[in-house]
Design a protein around this ligand. Structure first.
Ligand code: FE
Length: 218
């Protein structure tokens, strides 16, 4: 199999949020598809280990916000790389309340509220089919594509994402280090300073964690 073929699949970037028993959760996905147009149905896919997956199974209701090129990288990192199990993702991210759900609202294009009509088991992930029960376009900003996120913002796919890829280091001369939170790779070969020589207060450029959250890739 030539996995490079998969790199040419195009995606957008979205924030999915839900609430169950007064607990809010949310995460970033790149897998939203409109399935039907009359009484629109959309699908999203979420890893089974993902807390938001667990919550949507209980609440049967989720919001999806369409991220724009003006959405801050910090908000995307907060929702994308940390777990709602131990992080209050909404503490410093703009949101609006709709149908008792906190809808991610940092420079988005618009959002939809969806009622779960089916959940399909696909090995590591579940696909939720949701009926759009309401939606609002909130700006004319340009929707962010996954390609833009990867190439312009140097964003990465964390371990739970369908597009996550393992990285190996076959170079014996230079070392590579992976951020255990966001998956960002620090490659000594491409940097002016070797990872080992970075100052102790250096932080991951994508998710902001310290050096100690990095592990060498072999
Ligand atoms: Fe990181």
């Amino acid at each position: 199999m030539d996995k490079k073929v998969l790199h040419d699949i195009s995606y957008g970037l979205y924030a999915v949020t839900t609430r169950n028993e007064n607990i809010d959760s949310g995460c970033i996905i790149n897998t939203l598809t409109q399935i039907t147009s009359v009484n629109p149905i959309v699908s999203i896919s979420l890893n089974k280990d993902n807390y938001t997956n667990e919550m949507i199974k209980k609440s049967n209701l989720f919001a999806v916000s369409i991220i724009s090129e003006e959405t801050s990288k910090e908000s995307i990192s907060k929702f994308g790389y940390f777990s709602s199990r131990d992080t209050d993702k909404f503490s410093d991210v703009d949101y609006i309340e709709r149908n008792n759900i906190k809808v991610f609202n940092d420079n988005i294009c618009g959002y939809m509220l969806c009622e779960v009509i089916n959940c399909i088991d696909t090995e590591t992930h579940d696909i939720f089919l949701g009926r759009v029960i309401s939606s609002e376009k909130v700006s004319d900003k340009k929707p962010m594509t996954y390609k833009y996120y990867r190439e312009e913002l140097k964003g990465t796919s964390p371990k739970n994402a369908p597009t996550f890829e393992e990285v190996k280091n076959e170079d014996s001369e230079y070392k590579k280090y992976r951020c255990t939170v966001c998956g960002y790779i620090y490659d000594d070969k491409e940097e002016k300073i070797k990872f080992a020589d970075l100052p102790e207060d250096w932080k991951c450029p994508i998710c902001g964690v310290g050096k100690d959250a990095f592990k060498e890739v072999f």
